[in-house]
Design a protein around this ligand. Structure first.
Ligand SMILES: [Zn+2]
Length: 253
């Protein structure tokens, strides 16, 4: 039987323990992204800041399916984009985007980006999500739109502009591209990505169907404070973690 105290963040005895925890959560997040169908060829990356070398991050290797990633596959990339642990190559776009986000936001432990179907479809409108549901309110007043698509992000300078657009929010919609989410844990960043993808699906359904009644501004802000907190994001991930580790324990390999 599963037992969990409500909203108890993990504590660590050592840097090594914290590093392993982040890497395991990262592998679990990739397996979940595969389950949700967020893969698109070799696109997409989730990163976790190293707890010791805080200008380094852990990331998936280029060309390995999300659904087959194990802890031992993860790469450690330094501030210059060099792989310092691991043998496979890193996605250049992953470095350009994520290094900029991690540098601009010291509070961000993890960032997630993928070319998921509904996120990239909604991104083509170049508009923020509307407060159409309680769930969508998690992003109310807390996401931005990067309205400047210029091809695959390969330069750090463009990554810096994406980081600037993200500002102090939890997410940014990259127009004609997809979603990027950030959090104080891998759990949180991964959950916001899953939740935002579903909010985009809901938004597209509503837009196609007609004119919705929006949650009023004050109520949307109140709801955002309830369902959109860092702790709420972390907690929402925990049942998914339990399920994926029970069903795919090889992710620990
Ligand atoms: Zn991309």
């Amino acid at each position: 039987m599963l037992t969990r105290q409500l909203a108890t963040l993990p504590r660590f005895e050592s840097i090594e323990e914290e590093r392993l925890h982040r890497k395991q959560r990262l592998a679990g997040a990739f397996r979940l992204f595969a389950r949700y169908g967020f893969d698109e060829g070799v696109a997409g990356h989730i990163t976790a800041r190293d707890p010791e070398h805080t200008d380094h991050f852990w990331v998936n290797p280029l060309g390995v399916h999300f659904g087959q990633i194990q802890v031992s596959d993860l790469l450690l990339v330094n501030a210059d984009g060099k792989v310092v642990e691991g043998h496979l190559p890193v996605n250049q776009a992953a470095f350009a985007i994520h290094s900029s986000v991690h540098q601009a936001r010291p509070d961000v432990i993890s960032a997630a980006h993928a070319h998921s179907m509904f996120g990239k479809s909604w991104s083509a409108f170049g508009e923020p999500l509307e407060p159409i549901t309680q769930d969508a309110c998690a992003f109310y007043g807390d996401h931005a739109v990067f309205d400047d698509y210029t091809g695959i992000v390969l330069e750090v300078e463009e990554g810096q502009r994406i980081a600037a657009a993200l500002g102090d929010h939890k997410a940014v919609i990259l127009r004609n591209h997809g979603l990027l989410t950030a959090g104080q844990s891998v759990d949180e960043a991964a959950w916001w990505f899953i939740a935002m993808e579903r909010a985009c699906q809901s938004q597209l359904l509503v837009r196609a169907a007609g004119k919705p009644i929006l949650v009023e501004h004050d109520q949307a802000l109140k709801t955002a404070s309830q369902v959109g907190s860092s702790l709420a994001g972390w907690f929402s991930f925990q049942p998914l973690w339990d399920k994926i580790t029970a069903e795919e324990p090889d992710l620990y390999g």
